[in-house]
Design a protein around this ligand. Structure first.
Ligand SMILES: Nc1nc2c(ncn2[C@@H]2O[C@H](COP(=O)(O)OP(=O)(O)OP(=O)(O)O)[C@@H](O)[C@H]2O)c(=O)[nH]1
Ligand SMILES: [Mg+2]
Length: 1039
């Protein structure tokens, strides 16, 4: 494909809720490019190339195509044909695959947001709109499945018009709420303000539009409400059709074709609602657009009438073969008529070209935001040549080559074009060997730079991985899916892979960076056409492409292979922000134990191919994968079995995270430490060298909520101050390297405050909570678990300057005064480690703790005793025992209150018709879920039911619902956080009544204990349970 002018390139993606018709829409565009036949368009779902995608009718992986279109210039420009290249990505709508959406939207400049006209705005619609907003994509709203209004809801045109306006208003309300939250304004106030402004403008606009429509001058558009979807911008097609007929200028007609505008039958002029004077006229949109479409449907489908159809066809001046006219297949006839009359692909492409900016224009806006996400200045000037090239999408030969690889994906080696065509000749093999050798020499020359010798990257690049498995026709090749932001990339050139953890503020040869900068050779470049890959020699900036030869997530830089020399060109455009955190964890095991190496290699490939999967080896030695949900898990297992590992695999039951916490119960047992406030635990290290007193208490809800919402901010804050903490060496990280950062099942919210406002906002919340919490924020020593959570360690000692995280992190403050003099050992770091340990694995079933505070009231050190230990070289025993004593104290402190488990909860919206509603309720109740809202969808017989469902009880839920309702209801489960299960797992009946009702142990009815014990059992912890009760009775039963 010859390189097109960058101004004629567009990169867009389809976004939308599951089943709203994205892949079907892509079919129509592919048909227009003659990739598939028109007849098959809509039936084939060409881009769903996986077998299971076709089977289930659900997209699971995003796929890309590059399409070429000849488009006539707009009337106001010169009327010449131009060739446009539109790079498109089709994304899945199911929430389990939303990581595919984030990776796709990172690469694109615009998005087709599809909304099913009947189902309206659904959960994923909102999620994808947010994604588009955050990634600065230009969205185009596509209201899809219009035929359902006619054939299913049987609306008349006027009703349909109202339905459409309501729908657009809903979508705009969603857009508006993002806008408002960006301004951090009060939501309600903003909404009222907008309504008022719109009402005011409506009258004024009506006059203007009315005047201008009847005017013969061209109207100049001014968009101040740029963020909203405005249908009047989308009716160009019709304006073009009718302008001549009605004698209006096209641009003017466009303005009034949507909205409360009417054609006065007498004067033949457009009037606004103000001049209606009670006449029952229909809006222009109804009269000229909807009624015509309805007429076609009526003649073809509802009341088939060949004569009428012929009339319409002649009136519209369409060329339909008589064979088609007489055909029994009314759908076919419909689509033939509409393709000719109102071509979907033309309309979509025209809109894309008009609305979505070209890569140079888009990058000028998007790149600064990507590079400086925390700078809110509107205009950021490029600081160096690299930024200059990036901002302008410069493809000149001297431009820096930077590509962003948003994801890695796997294709079977035999699918690659170079392997497809013919067998490799002996000559070529030799050439390949030579190439490979050269590549090796090249990479050696890289490490021969004067830098300190660096460790070879841990994991070999994936292609090498494929090779170790033996590249046969069978093996999988990992390709990178990328967009070139600047420069021109050639096959055979050498690039640097900048992995997500690369830190640009440090030099490339810094120990931290070495492992995150991997040189690689571009082995192949491809333009993607769905399942086809077309090899190309070079790709210019502003295009998406597939690249072979990479290991990880990269941005690349060519030539001049000394990393220090190219330091200025190395940037890290960053990882993909994840909207769902993987929550379902299973341990895997090959059926034949000797297949283990294959499984491990396969899991590595899987992790590269799907960024939302995390794979690692647990400390217990188990190989574990973490996935977003049940469906996602199924796909991963299938991929492992059939593509990546090719061995039979056994999966454990899904493991679901819990949280532990404590509340103030009604009648708690007496406090463990007599004569002290509840929760106080006194502890000591070996030989009482270090003694301490720590008081635990549940954190007030306002603070917990605030912290949970701002986990990301908290992490950012501490990352910035990270180097300080490293040197201070105050705390030891407790979890093995291989586990992913963060605690499993964290909910990642959009933070409500920015990093610089964090502490003052926290202070406010603390003061709101009152009591002990007033003015506490300066005494906060650490958060947990893993330094960012809702548990707080507070330095409450009276006699010292409190250790304050806030002060430690604030840049302009001098270093923390440490109370270490030369011969005094500072034990505070070990105290913190003990706290972190206890928060990471709580006392109930070693799950993370949420919402507990620990006030350190005293730490006393027997300095002389410690000196003696140092002399005898036994300090590490002391420090070790401090850690475990603090850990135990924190755990016991929690148990001193009334302990609780928290369950991971899915929220789900189920659309169900009235007749199956009862069954839906039954399934939800059986799985200990509860209904939180129920709403009738306007203008339909659908109910939208919102329910909450514990994740532990959710496996098989979607199938269960589908079965019980014969497929009428199909829920999507979205992980929404944790909810307290208000039951003490240690509760046992005490009163006589309870004993009588529930038996001595009541474990049947203690759900919390049930969950706790099952987790403990899994982890091999002690479980307090009698296996056989009433043995005699069982014997009698058997008889
Ligand atoms: N009535 C009607 N059905 C449609 C239309 N477009 C698509 N469909 C149907 O909607 C269903 C879903 O279509 P897909 O294209 O697979 O939807 P999708 O958005 O790609 O779904 P995911 O990728 O799984 O999120 C299919 O059964 C299509 O036949 C339309 O315009 N009218
Ligand atoms: Mg699809």
């Amino acid at each position: 494909m010859e390189a097109p002018d960058p101004a004629n390139v567009r990169i867009i993606t389809t976004l939308g809720h599951v089943d709203h018709g994205k892949t079907t829409l892509m079919d129509a565009l592919l048909a227009a490019n003659n990739i598939i036949s028109h007849r098959m368009a809509g039936k084939l779902r060409f881009l769903d190339s996986r077998e299971d995608e076709q089977e289930r009718g659900i997209t699971m992986e995003s796929s890309a195509v590059s399409l070429k279109f000849q488009v006539m210039g707009r009337p106001d420009e010169e009327r010449s044909q131009k060739t446009y290249i539109v790079n498109m990505i089709d994304t899945p709508g199911h929430v389990d695959f939303s990581s595919e959406v984030s990776t796709a939207s990172r690469l694109c400049d615009g998005a087709l947001v599809l909304v099913d006209v009947v189902e309206g705005v659904c959960t994923q619609t909102i999620a994808v709109l947010r994604q588009a907003w955050e990634d600065n994509l230009r969205p185009i709203l596509v209201i899809n499945k219009m035929d359902r209004l006619i054939t299913e809801l049987k609306l008349v045109p006027t009703e349909a018009y109202q339905h459409l306006s309501r729908l657009i208003e809903q979508v705009n309300a969603v857009m508006g709420s993002f806008f408002a939250s960006e301004l951090m304004e009060d939501d309600l106030r903003w909404r009222e303000e907008r309504d008022r402004r719109l009402a005011e403008k409506k009258d004024q606009l009506a006059d203007e539009a009315e005047a201008s429509a009847n005017d013969t001058d061209d109207f100049k558009e001014k968009d101040d409400e740029d963020i909203y979807f405005a249908p009047e911008r989308g009716v160009g097609n019709f304006a073009q059709l009718y302008s001549a007929k009605l004698g209006f200028k096209e641009a003017n007609l466009r303005r009034v074709l949507w909205g409360d505008f009417y054609l006065d039958p007498k004067t033949k002029k457009v009037i606004s609602h103000k001049h209606l004077r009670g006449r029952a006229l229909k809006p222009l949109f109804v009269q000229f657009v909807l009624e015509n479409i309805w007429a076609v449907y009526d003649a073809v489908v509802m009341n088939p009438n060949t004569e009428k159809v012929t009339k319409i066809v002649t009136a519209l001046n369409l060329k339909i073969l008589p064979r088609d006219l007489r055909s029994k297949d009314s759908r076919q006839l419909l689509s033939t008529i509409f393709t000719q009359w109102l071509s979907l692909s033309t309309c979509i492409i025209q809109a894309t070209i008009d609305v979505v900016p070209s890569p140079p224009a888009a990058q000028a806006i998007r790149i600064p935001k990507m590079l400086y996400p925390n700078v809110f200045d509107k205009s950021i000037q490029p600081k160096n040549k690299l930024e200059q090239d990036l901002f302008t999408s410069n493809f000149a030969p001297d431009a820096v080559v930077v590509a962003y690889v948003s994801k890695m994906f796997a294709v079977a080696a035999k699918e690659l074009p170079e392997n497809k065509k013919r067998a490799v000749t002996a000559d070529e093999l030799r050439q390949r060997a030579r190439d490979a050798k050269e590549a090796r020499d090249n990479s050696v020359s890289v490490s021969e730079t004067p830098d300190p010798p660096r460790a070879a990257p841990e994991s070999p690049p994936s292609t090498a991985l494929g090779e170790t498995l033996g590249v046969s026709e069978e093996s999988e090749i990992i390709l990178g899916f990328a967009r070139l932001y600047s420069g021109t990339i050639h096959t055979g050139s050498t690039i640097y892979c900048v992995l997500p953890k690369y830190n640009t503020s440090l030099p490339p040869n810094h120990a931290h960076n070495v492992a995150h900068l991997i040189p690689a050779k571009v082995e192949g470049l491809y333009v993607m056409m769905g399942r086809e890959l077309i090899p190309v020699d070079c790709v210019r900036a502003g295009n998406t492409f597939a690249i072979k030869g990479l290991g990880g997530k990269v941005t690349g830089v060519p030539e001049g292979m000394d990393p220090v020399q190219v330091q200025d060109s190395l940037i890290n455009i960053g990882g993909v922000t994840r909207t769902v955190s993987p929550i379902v964890r299973v341990a895997l095991e090959p059926v034949i134990p000797s297949d283990m190496p294959k499984l491990v290699a396969g899991m590595k490939l899987l992790a590269q191919a799907d960024p939302c999967v995390e794979t690692f080896q647990q400390q217990t030695g188990e190989h574990v994968i973490l996935t977003a949900g049940e469906l996602h898990l199924e796909r991963c297992l299938k991929d492992l079995r059939e593509r990546f590992a090719r061995v039979e695999i056994q999966a454990s039951k899904p493991i679901v995270p819990f949280r532990e916490t404590a509340v103030k119960g009604q009648d708690m047992a007496p406090s463990k430490t007599p004569n002290a406030a509840r929760g106080t635990i006194k502890g000591a290290s070996t030989q009482n060298l270090v003694t301490f007193s720590i008081r635990s208490a549940p954190v007030p809800d306002v603070i917990v909520q605030f912290l949970l919402h701002n986990l990301t901010t908290l992490r950012v804050l501490q990352q910035d101050g990270h180097t300080d903490r490293d040197t201070a060496g105050s705390s030891i990280d407790i979890v093995s390297e291989s586990e992913p950062v963060g605690v499993q099942g964290d909910v990642l919210h959009t933070p409500s405050v920015r990093a610089d406002q964090f502490w003052s906002a926290l202070e406010e919340k603390c003061n709101e909570a009152g009591g002990d919490w007033v003015n506490i924020s300066d005494r906060i020593w650490s958060f947990g678990p893993r330094h960012a959570g809702s548990c707080i360690l507070i330095d409450y000692r009276k006699d010292t300057t409190p250790l304050s995280l806030r002060r430690r992190l604030s840049r302009n403050h001098p270093a923390q005064p440490t109370n270490t003099s030369d011969n005094n050992v500072d034990f505070t770091g070990y105290v913190e480690t003990g706290f972190q340990l206890a928060m990471f694995q709580g006392p109930l079933c070693a799950e993370p703790v949420e919402g507990m505070a620990y006030f350190v009231e005293s730490i006393d050190v027997d300095a002389d005793g410690v000196q003696k230990e140092i002399v005898q070289n036994r300090l590490s025993q002391v420090t070790g025992s401090v850690i475990s004593a603090v850990r135990d104290a924190c755990r016991n402190g929690l148990l001193d209150w009334s302990p609780r488990l928290m369950l991971a909860i899915y929220s789900c919206d189920i659309q169900a018709s009235t007749d199956v509603l009862g069954k839906v309720y039954g399934v939800v109740a059986k799985r200990r879920g509860r209904i939180v809202a129920e709403e009738m969808k306007e203008g339909t017989t659908f109910f939208t039911v919102s329910a909450l469902l514990p994740v532990v009880e959710s496996f098989g839920f979607a199938d269960d619902i589908r079965k019980r309702t014969s497929g009428a209801a199909s829920p999507q489960l979205i992980f929404s956080g944790y909810e307290l299960l208000d039951q003490d797992p240690f509760w046992i009946p005490t009163t006589e009544e309870e004993l009588e009702d529930l038996g001595e142990k009541a474990d049947r009815d203690n759900i919390a204990k049930g969950y706790m014990d099952s987790v403990r059992e899994r982890k091999g912890m002690f479980v307090d349970r009698k296996i056989v009760q009433f043995a005699e009775k069982q014997r009698t039963l058997k008889r």
